[in-house]
Design a protein around this ligand. Structure first.
Ligand SMILES: Nc1ncnc2c1ncn2[C@@H]1O[C@H](COP(=O)(O)OP(=O)(O)OP(=O)(O)O)[C@@H](O)[C@H]1O
Ligand SMILES: [Mg+2]
Length: 256
């Protein structure tokens, strides 16, 4: 069964960047194939990984949920809705050498998605037999996990920037994980974009206040930011990049 690693935190703290590097790390360690799941409605994990996405699961969910209302049903005669959905979910899987990517995407939210979400849940549960790891890039609320569409996680990596408010935000996510009875084996914090890779006393104090376990600190690095601005995939950064090095060290300690 796949080990599910969920990455979460406040907006813009570097979740997607670190997710991409973690996926690359697992692949380099020969732990693939990894299923990368972009569960953020504003999806862009594919850009960090340098792959193109044509269909999102949101597109498929929309298509299935609206199929009955459509003038011409997309579902071929003689094919069940469930079989059609499974085929389309497979179309949405972007395949690369060591990892595959699924983008949850979004739906218009007007139709009823219960049925199709159920089918998706079954499909994702099946994928758990095909991949040793799922790495899920979440939005702060971790909706797809808390609603059970995505399988529950063994490892939660909470990402914060070097601010008190960022630490407080992940403190709330840590509580949400407990309240939703998700029971991961590991819940840990990565502080990203730390000036010179160091934490000041105020941030350390806030981490203690929130009762969080610090996995490691990742430095602020201009080349990560520049790659992003130039639209170059983060995973193409050189091996000795300080952010890549810091992430590799943290992932190594997690014993994945
Ligand atoms: N360690 C770092 N040093 C410099 N820039 C960084 C670092 N980590 C992330 N960034 C930059 O910060 C910006 C936000 O990063 P990213 O998109 O990974 O955050 P996010 O948490 O996924 O955001 P969102 O909540 O919008 O999904 C990007 O421009 C990224 O290149
Ligand atoms: Mg993101």
């Amino acid at each position: 069964m796949a080990h599910v690693i969920a990455v979460a935190g406040k907006g813009g703290v570097g979740k997607t960047t670190l997710c991409g590097m973690l996926i690359q790390y697992l692949c380099e360690q020969g732990k693939g194939p990894v299923l990368a799941v972009d569960a953020d409605a504003n999806s862009n994990l594919n850009e960090v990984l340098g792959v193109k996405v044509e269909t999102t699961l949101g597109d498929v969910r929309e298509e299935i949920a609206q199929a009955e209302l459509a003038k011409v049903s997309p579902i071929p005669a003689g094919m069940s809705k469930a079989d059609y959905a499974e085929m389309r979910f497979e179309d949405a899987l972007v395949e690369d050498d060591d990892f595959d990517l699924l983008v949850m995407g979004r739906t218009q939210g007007k139709g009823c998605y219960c049925y199709v979400n159920g089918l998706l849940q079954t499909q994702l549960a099946k994928y758990q037999n095909n991949y040793p790891y799922f790495v899920v890039d979440n939005e702060a609320g971790m909706e797809h996990i808390s609603r059970g569409v995505l399988p529950s996680m063994q490892t939660a990596i909470l990402v914060s920037d070097c601010s008190r408010r960022g630490i407080q935000a992940v403190g709330r996510i840590a509580k949400l994980i407990q309240e939703c009875n998700m029971h991961p084996d590991t819940v840990g914090l990565i502080v990203n974009r730390a000036p010179q890779g160091k934490l000041n006393e105020g941030i350390q104090e806030e981490i203690r206040n929130q009762g969080l376990t610090l996995l490691g600190v990742v430095p602020q690095d201009e080349s990560v930011y520049e790659f992003d601005c130039e639209g170059r995939p983060t995973v193409e950064l050189p091996e000795d990049n300080p952010v890549k090095k810091a992430l590799r060290e943290i992932a190594g300690k997690l014993n994945l």
